[in-house]
Design a protein around this ligand. Structure first.
Ligand code: GLA
Length: 520
């Protein structure tokens, strides 16, 4: 199997592959990715985690629910942010029998209840644990020697994403430990995004693609509540060197974002976000979503920049040239044959940069259009190069293309990830529950294809209405006994311009049948 899928189309002959090769660096071969047939994280995960802004203490059900609500009301959900949940957050203990049990004081709805709340809002549920004996704060148990029971608990709570930290792991082998957890996750049977967090310990970029979907490449980007741009730039510099290791279903993770935290200017926020998009980094917001400025919202929801991050080819860009305090980033070919180019001015005064086509993988003679992804303006055709001015600590983020169309790749937004139906009485009933799935990218998608193998009581029909599709779930209770029934539906799709597979859509269907008689 190829390590990276390349689209079969595009790349005009003029953009000779030799030139592209010249713009890329020689690096050690990328690790063999795990089987991507789970369809998970084929583009970098997007969502929110509390650690950067809050640390441990204020984390509880109220904060997570308010943040889930803010994801919806702010428009971040519409821009593709989906994963949300506690990060540490003292959410469970281990009981005397060795089982994980939710901390009901902090999470009164229980951890399954919190998951349902998140899913019902069309968001996905992220949880956290540790590979050692205790989590970093030591307030929660780690998974060591409980790998299989714990992964079963996360599956029962309906997590869609699990971050596994590396504290308190004295004497443990990092590769074997994370591989065992991968086996335990597979045994638990719920498809979820597996996020390794060894902070670069054990060089996960060399092996973690064989077990997980993303891995932290560095230490923490900041102390809770204290955004630190210098530290963030060191994280970016370390992560930049690892571009060959990233691809669909396996990503370098330079940590959660600091965009919108106190202490960063608008230009710094824009620069940070552009760097994360160029590096195909997971876009996990780390700020307080309940009180964002309009500027932070504009930056976090810029669909044209997000489209660079969420590009189906999944290439991680890197620096191709430094000129004083200016960096030119490229090496990120996109699904429609265009190229992403970033000019980043680290200096304190405005800087002009001339970007020559060959240094970003384009034939010198080519006439190209340039789309500025922050001003949303197209210019050109430009021959041979483009000249831009980046402000202090600011960027110019460009897409360079042969044509004037700059399609945005799929950004999938669902009305819900849970359908819950209830029937009372022995009479056979037909019940339906629908959810809608929208593409906020530019193209109409083909109909979602529902995986066969659903239980006999459930059928799913897909109807298409432009960029929105409805998945109607019909349940038949004929012949079913009292009880709780559950199914996980998977649907797949293809990005129409490149023909590449998209991340699979998974949702839960719950059916409760009661035969209560009488009175009320
Ligand atoms: C580590 C991780 C952080 C966060 C904290 C929680 O430091 O790297 O991202 O999860 O643990 O304690």
């Amino acid at each position: 199997m190829p390590l990276r899928r390349r689209p079969t189309i595009i790349l005009g002959v003029a953009f000779a592959s030799l030139l592209i090769a010249g713009a890329l660096r020689a690096q050690s071969p990328a690790p063999r990715p795990h089987d991507t047939t789970d369809g998970l994280a084929l583009t970098p995960p997007m969502g929110w985690y509390p650690w950067n802004e809050f640390g441990q203490e204020p984390q509880n059900e109220k904060l997570i629910k308010e943040t889930a609500d803010a994801l919806v009301s702010s428009g971040l959900k519409e821009a593709g942010y989906a994963y949300v949940g506690p990060d540490e957050g003292i959410c469970f203990f281990r009981d005397a029998s060795g089982e994980l049990t939710p901390n009901l004081e902090r999470y009164p709805s229980g951890l399954r209840g919190l998951g349902d709340y998140i899913h019902e809002r069309g968001l996905k549920y992220a949880l956290y644990t540790d590979a050692g004996t205790r989590t970093c704060s030591k307030a929660m148990p780690g998974t060591k020697d409980h790998e299989f029971e714990d992964m079963a608990a996360f599956a029962a709570w309906r997590a869609d994403y699990l971050k596994v930290d590396w504290c308190n792991t004295e004497g443990q082998d990092v590769v074997k430990t994370y591989a065992k957890l991968h086996e335990a996750l597979a045994a638990a049977g719920r498809p979820l995004v597996y996020s390794l967090c060894s902070w670069g310990v054990g060089k996960p970029w060399e092996w973690a693609a064989s077990v997980g979907h993303l891995w932290r490449t560095t230490g923490d980007i900041c102390e809770p509540g204290k955004a630190d741009l210098d530290r963030a730039m060191k994280v970016a510099a370390a992560n930049e060197k690892l571009s060959e290791a990233a691809g669909p279903g396996h990503w370098n993770d330079p940590d959660m974002m600091i965009v919108g935290m106190d202490g960063l200017s608008e230009a710094q926020n824009r620069s940070f976000f552009s760097l994360w998009c160029m590096m195909a980094a997971p876009l996990m917001a780390g700020n307080d979503l309940r009180k964002m400025t309009p500027s932070t919202m504009r930056i976090l929801t810029n669909l044209e920049a997000i489209g660079i991050d969420q590009d189906p080819l999944g290439m991680q860009g890197h620096i191709v040239r430094r000129d004083g305090k200016v960096e030119i980033w490229a090496g990120k070919r996109l699904f429609d044959g265009s190229q992403a180019v970033l000019v980043f001015n680290r200096g304190a005064t405005p800087a002009r940069a001339q970007v020559a086509w060959p240094e970003v993988g384009i034939a010198e003679s080519a006439a190209m259009y340039a789309r500025n992804l922050w001003t949303h303006q197209t210019s050109g055709p430009h021959r041979g190069s483009i000249s831009v001015v980046a402000g202090p600590s600011d960027v110019v983020l460009l897409r360079i293309s042969k044509g004037e169309a700059f399609p945005v790749p799929p950004i999938i937004v669902a009305s819900s990830y849970r359908v819950s139906l209830r029937a009372n009485g022995p009479a056979a009933l037909k019940l339906t529950g629908a959810l809608t799935v929208k593409n906020n990218g530019s193209e109409d998608l083909p109909p979602w294809r529902v995986r066969p193998g659903l239980p006999s009581w459930l059928t799913v029909a897909v109807t298409k209405n432009g960029k929105s599709q409805t998945l109607t779930n019909t349940v038949s209770t004929a012949g079913l006994k009292q009880g709780l029934y559950h199914a996980m539906v998977r649907a797949d799709n293809t990005e129409p311009i490149s023909g590449l597979p998209m991340s699979a859509l998974y949702y839960d269907v719950d059916l409760e049948i009661t035969h209560s008689t009488g009175g009320k």
